[in-house]
Design a protein around this ligand. Structure first.
Ligand SMILES: C[S@@+](CC[C@H](N)C(=O)[O-])C[C@H]1O[C@@H](n2cnc3c(N)ncnc32)[C@H](O)[C@@H]1O
Length: 260
């Protein structure tokens, strides 16, 4: 997320030593830095222009990105593909390229990175272990039957694309966000505070942590860097039947002492 400081030493060494670095890094400063330290840098950002072509959408972009990575591998080079955050979290290209490379007999591995979710845990001071956490893409939550547990923390990724089902646009509309609010209102009160979170990606930026009532989401400003964080709305409810079942069991030490 933050090139200065949050890039792991191992990732940095792969970037520096690979014959070619293929990058999908939108942040200008981060991209410039990569271009400076890589032996050769191929920027794939322009592939998003596929979405302007009739009959093509983001899925074509992702296929083409993966294919470019594989072309470099097939030409005998050591290739490092660089993505921001964790390269395997909400980033299908990395998974596709690794799967295809391995299928063709090449050795390929993914190195973990610090994702937006890691940053939000730190910035918002929320421990996912306290209530449990459900984390999913906003549109996936909308268009599939998902069971949300309002006693757990909910993280919705890509809310700025919520309900955008054409795979061609990079924004959404207030009426689509209203559909998201209506679905969330099945489990959360409309006045429940939700957080629009944007981690700072450089020392020059400040982290956005705007708390608004759920009902105000359709009018909220969002960008490609916004993640929607919904704290638990209700306390955990004991499952008394299971507690009784556990209490009825002999203590573990006693059970071991019993003859077979
Ligand atoms: C395609 S996903 C990439 C996620 C990335 N691989 C990661 O590990 O964080 C894009 C989504 O990540 C989240 N995201 C990206 N940048 C962010 C930032 N600076 N702060 C908070 N969330 C961010 C947003 O939900 C955004 O819609």
């Amino acid at each position: 997320m933050r090139m200065s400081g949050q890039l792991t030493p191992l990732s940095r060494s792969y970037i520096e030593t690979a014959d070619v670095v293929v990058g999908v890094v939108p942040n200008n400063l981060a991209r410039k830095w990569l271009q400076d330290i890589a032996k050769k840098y191929i920027c794939l950002l322009s592939y998003y222009d596929d979405c302007d072509v009739d009959g093509k959408d983001r899925r074509d972009t992702y296929q083409r990105m993966s294919a470019t990575i594989l072309d470099e591998v097939r030409s005998g080079k050591t290739v490092c593909a660089a993505f921001y955050g964790h390269p395997g979290i909400f980033a299908c290209v990395s998974h596709m390229a690794i799967k295809d490379a391995r299928a063709e007999g090449y050795s390929a591995e993914m190195l973990p990175g610090i994702s937006a979710e890691d940053c939000l845990v730190a910035d918002l001071g929320i421990d996912p272990g306290a209530t449990g956490m459900q984390s999913m893409e906003a549109t996936q939550f909308m268009i599939f039957e998902r069971k949300i547990d309002p006693t757990a923390l909910t993280v919705l990724w890509q809310p700025a694309l919520a309900g955008e089902t054409t795979f061609k646009r990079f924004d959404t509309t207030a009426d689509r966000l209203q559909v998201l609010v209506d679905k969330l209102a099945r489990d959360f009160p409309l006045d429940h505070p939700v957080i629009l979170y944007e981690a700072a990606t450089s020392a020059l930026e400040t982290t956005r942590m705007d708390t608004i009532p759920l009902r105000d989401l359709p009018g909220a400003a969002m960008s490609g860097s916004t993640t929607l964080v919904i704290p638990a709305a209700f306390p955990l409810k004991p499952d008394q039947a299971i507690i009784d079942q556990l209490n009825a069991l002999p203590a573990a030490a006693d059970a071991q002492l019993q003859p077979a």
